[in-house]
Structure formats: structure tokens, C-alpha cells
Design a protein around this ligand. Structure first.
Ligand code: AMP
Length: 514
């Protein structure tokens, strides 16, 4: 496979248009080049989530201040290409400054107050340049997903805000920080650090590590944790500290008490070189991805409130939302937030009562008709599901049954890559585990059948019988399967026509449901 080297906006637009025409999903990984493992982690993630990956390499002059290192920024396009080629990157977009900012260019994005503190205060105008170039790249490529690193935490938050505020039709995926073996966050600028400065720079990650240990040992006082970070930084006289703070990532306001999702941000200078690093606080032993999710879903303090979720439901909600956000892209009609957080908490105070999990599209293409939305006024879909299961009311339904659309969101949408579906399946399995007493699973319709067979039972295409043939004689079919990830228990599976999609109707399976 060749990696195309593209230098003009026109050619880049044509390449992206071609990709869309083939109904392939497009990933954009924006970089300034001088690539390292941190950048490559974004590329690998992009390759998993999209069909076509473009890496942009552009040292953006508008994000550098007049006294900053624009002219000295490392630049080695040949080496970059050598690193990207083996990863199967489809194209590199490496335009000149003139191509991005032609004569007469005069429009900039003002990214608002978050861009004026910390990095924004230390580098006035920096985020204005970043937001402008990212908006341009998104407009040129119109990618399905753009990938950013947690390493530049404030930048990533500003980009997410930009996408939301300006209604940009792109998803943002954020990847955790990649570090050197000794803890130093990888950065293109690290090559300019002398041996002594590099050693001094380690104080940043060391200070954050100390902070993490304190939090894990139960310390919640942000001031005490910050004192420890400052002490660690002060032990290296070569470091000139710009800031060390612990903030609520939704507001960038300092917090007094550290909680999961709070973020410690540190920045310092070693001569002319700036180094930055950050830490997201999270539950003991939690993965970097979960911590990112905690930070990205942290609410501004005044918006907090509402019923507390069961911790396992909340954890799963965050993880599924992450998965769905990035992978299912276009086909989600019922966000995990709604099903898990709202309806599951509202209707199932005791998840053990659920014996039968029903999986299938809710009310196709019309989430407003979802069974849980108006339980007192069942729609046609709900009534047909009730007939199939032998219940009359929502109260009877929720006493034994739960309906999830988890398989459905992956079943539709040509832009959803198969590998992304594989990746997401683990969350459906976890969703099952929320219900400890399942005896039966009812699969509604062909889409859910195929997804279930392939991604949950792990069957190869050749061994999956055509749906129509399977249901031909009885109008439904059943099998018992042992689910290794569900405590090695045997569960009986029923396959039925979808009550609102297929023209054929399954007879009631009520008498078979114990
Ligand atoms: P840059 O080339 O420095 O503009 O970075 C391009 C992208 O790579 C940004 O989204 C960065 O946050 C991300 N990135 C840079 N360093 C790292 C790292 N050590 N780990 C993860 N992502 C990184």
C-alpha cells in the first residue's frame, strides 16, 4: 500500500471526496510532524476506527508567538513518512504555509475564555491559531473522526468546544498520553533538551505521579496535593514553573477538592523549551481511557445534580458512550446515556428481576417512539413486543423484561467499520452483566440476529444460517448457548421477526419463557 503525499488543498479535498463517494469513513490525525510514538498512538486508533486515515503535518505559524520557536521547530518529513507508511496511513497532508494562509487571509476563530488561561495565558494567541487551523483542516477534509492527544489537554478541550459550538459534523476521539520509559511525556520538542534539562523535565511526571499516589491513598485536598507537586518541581532549579493547577475540566476553574475526573495541569520552561504534562484523577487502578471519559464527562459544578447512578451503570455508561461516540458514529438513535442512565435507573430499581433481555431496534428510525419513553401510552412497536412476550402493560413488562438497543446501533450504518463493531461488542457483553439473573435473550429481527451471531457468539459467517431459512417453519427459532463471559451460564436464545421491521410476524413465545 502506498501513502499518498498531498500538498495542496485542492488535491486533499478531491481525495476526501473520493473517500466519501466510496462510503468509507475518514479519519484525520492533525500533527505538526517530527512524529513520535504519541502521534503514532493516534494513528493506530484512527486505523481501528475508520477505513481511511489521513495524517496532516503542518507547523502552523499562527499558533506560535513572535518570540517562540517556529523557525526552530523540528522538521523531518522523510522520517515522518517512514514512520507512517508501515502503519498503513492512506495519505499525508503536508501543505505549505502559503497554501493554508494564502495572501489576503484574515479570518480567525476566537475560542473564548478557556483559551485565555494556563497555556493560553502563557502563549497569547496560541489557541486562536490552533482553533483556526483545526477548523480549516476539518473543512478541507470533512473527516468522520478527528484524533487528538490528552497530552495537550487544554487544546483538546478547546477543540471539543469548537466542534460543539460551531456544529461541526465531526467526532473527536481523544487518546491517552504516551510516555518515555522514565515517565517523560513524549513530545517533538524533547529532542532539543540537553541531557541535564531532560533529567530536570522528569520532575513534571514525577510530581504528577506523587499527586496520583496521594489521591489513591485517599487525599482529596487539592491544596495539599498541589503543594507536593510544587515541592517536586522546586527540587529541580533548572525548571521555571509556569503553572501547576488542579482544575475541573469543564470550566478550567481550580478545585478545592479532588474527585474522579479532576485534572492536574503542569507547565514549565527549561531555557527556551516549554514542557507540559497532565494527570486525570480516577479510581484506583482505572485505565487511562476511563479517566479520559471521566474528565470529558465532568460537569460544571452548577450543572451537577439529579439522581446518583449505581456505580456499575455509570461506569458502563461512560465506557459505552465512548465506544459509541467513536465507532457507531452515524447510527445511534438512542444514546447510552438515555437507556442506561435514565430508563434503567428509573424502571429497574432491582436489576435482578430481569430474566429476559430483549435486543433489537427500538422503534426503527424514530427514537421518540422508544418503548421506555412513554410507558403509559404504548406505541405500535411496544404493543407488538408485548404480544410476542405475552404481557399486557409496561408494569408487567418491566417486572421480567428489559429492552436494549445495544446491538442495533452497530447493525446499521455503512460507515461503521467491522473492527469498530468488534471493539464495541465488549460493552454489550458488559451491559448483559448488569442483569445478574438472565435466563433468556430474545433477538428481534435480522440485523440483531446477525450481529448477535457474529459478534456476541463469535460465529463465522459460514456457520450463520440465513435468518429467513432459520425462521421459515415456526416463525421463530431457539437455541441454548453457554456464554463464557456471563459466568459460563447456559442462556436460551429466541430469534424472532422484528415486530416493526419485517413483514412476517412471529407467534407469541410467552409459553416458552418459563
Ligand atoms: P503536535 O504534533 O505536537 O501538534 O501533536 C499532534 C497531536 O498529537 C496532538 O493531538 C497531541 O496532543 C498529540 N500528542 C502529542 N504528544 C503526545 C503524546 N505524548 N501522547 C499522546 N498524544 C500526543
Amino acid at each position: 500500500m502506498t501513502t499518498r503525499w498531498i500538498t495542496t488543498v485542492a488535491e486533499m479535498k478531491a481525495f476526501a471526496a473520493e473517500t466519501r463517494l466510496k462510503a468509507k469513513s475518514l479519519a484525520l490525525v492533525p500533527t505538526m510532524g517530527a512524529l513520535h510514538e504519541g502521534h503514532l498512538s493516534l494513528v493506530r486508533r484512527a486505523k481501528i476506527q475508520c477505513n481511511v486515515t489521513v495524517v496532516s503535518i503542518f507547523v502552523n505559524p499562527t499558533q506560535f508567538g513572535p518570540t517562540e520557536d517556529l523557525t526552530r521547530y523540528p522538521h523531518d518529513p522523510e522520517k515522518d513518512l517512514e514512520l507512517l507508511r508501515p502503519l498503513g496511513v492512506d495519505a499525508v497532508f503536508a501543505p505549505s504555509s502559503r497554501e493554508v494562509y494564502p495572501a489576503g487571509f484574515s479570518t480567525f476563530v476566537d475560542p473564548g475564555p478557556t483559551a485565555t488561561v494556563f497555556e493560553g495565558a502563557a502563549r497569547p494567541g496560541h489557541f486562536r491559531g490552533v482553533a483556526t487551523v483545526v477548523l480549516k483542516l476539518i473543512n478541507i477534509l470533512r473527516p468522520d473522526i478527528a484524533f487528538f492527544g490528552q497530552k495537550d489537554f487544554q487544546q483538546m478541550v478547546i477543540i471539543r468546544r469548537l466542534v460543539e459550538d460551531l456544529n461541526l459534523p465531526v467526532r473527536i476521539t481523544v487518546c491517552p498520553i504516551v510516555r518515555e520509559a522514565d515517565g517523560l511525556a513524549k513530545s517533538s520538542r524533547n529532542i532539543y533538551l540537553s541531557a541535564q534539562d531532560r533529567k530536570a523535565a522528569l520532575a513534571l511526571s514525577r510530581g504528577l505521579k506523587r499527586a496520583e499516589e496521594m489521591a489513591e491513598a485517599g487525599e482529596v485536598d487539592a491544596q495539599r496535593i498541589l503543594e507536593e507537586i510544587h515541592k517536586t518541581l522546586a527540587a529541580e532549579p533548572r525548571l521555571q514553573v509556569d503553572y501547576a493547577v488542579i482544575v475541573n475540566p469543564a470550566t478550567f476553574e481550580p478545585v478545592t477538592s479532588v474527585s474522579p475526573g479532576s485534572v492536574a495541569l503542569v507547565a514549565a520552561r527549561l531555557g527556551a523549551i516549554r514542557v507540559i504534562d497532565n494527570l486525570i484523577f480516577g479510581p484506583l487502578g482505572s485505565s487511562p481511557e476511563l479517566r479520559l471519559q471521566l474528565a470529558l464527562t465532568t460537569q460544571a459544578p452548577d450543572k451537577e445534580g439529579g439522581a446518583a447512578l449505581r456505580p456499575e451503570t455509570e461506569r458502563l455508561r461512560l465506557r459505552i458512550e465512548n465506544c459509541r461516540d467513536c465507532a457507531a458514529v452515524s447510527s445511534v438513535t438512542l444514546p447510552a446515556r438515555e437507556f442506561l442512565a435514565k430508563y434503567l435507573e428509573r424502571d429497574y430499581p432491582n436489576l435482578e428481576s430481569v430474566r429476559v433481555l430483549v435486543i433489537g431496534r427500538c422503534a426503527p428510525m424514530n427514537p421518540a417512539q422508544f418503548l421506555y419513553r412513554c410507558p403509559e401510552a404504548p406505541n405500535q412497536f411496544a404493543n407488538r413486543v408485548y404480544d410476542l412476550l405475552g404481557v399486557k402493560t409496561f408494569a408487567e413488562f418491566k417486572a421480567r423484561f428489559a429492552l436494549t438497543d445495544a446491538a442495533r446501533c452497530h447493525a446499521a450504518g455503512p460507515l461503521v467499520d467491522e473492527r469498530a463493531v468488534d471493539h464495541c461488542t465488549q460493552y454489550l457483553r458488559e451491559e448483559f452483566k448488569l442483569f445478574p439473573s438472565l435466563q433468556y435473550i430474545v433477538i428481534l429481527g435480522e440485523d440483531a440476529y446477525l450481529q448477535f451471531q457474529k459478534h456476541i457468539l463469535g460465529r463465522g459467517r459460514a456457520s450463520i444460517r440465513p435468518f429467513a431459512e432459520l425462521l421459515k417453519s415456526e416463525g421463530w427459532a431457539q437455541e441454548t448457548v453457554r456464554l463464557p463471559w456471563y459466568g459460563e451460564r447456559d442462556v436460551r436464545i429466541f430469534y424472532c421477526y422484528h415486530p416493526a421491521v419485517e413483514t412476517k410476524k412471529s407467534p407469541s413465545i410467552a409459553s416458552h419463557l418459563g
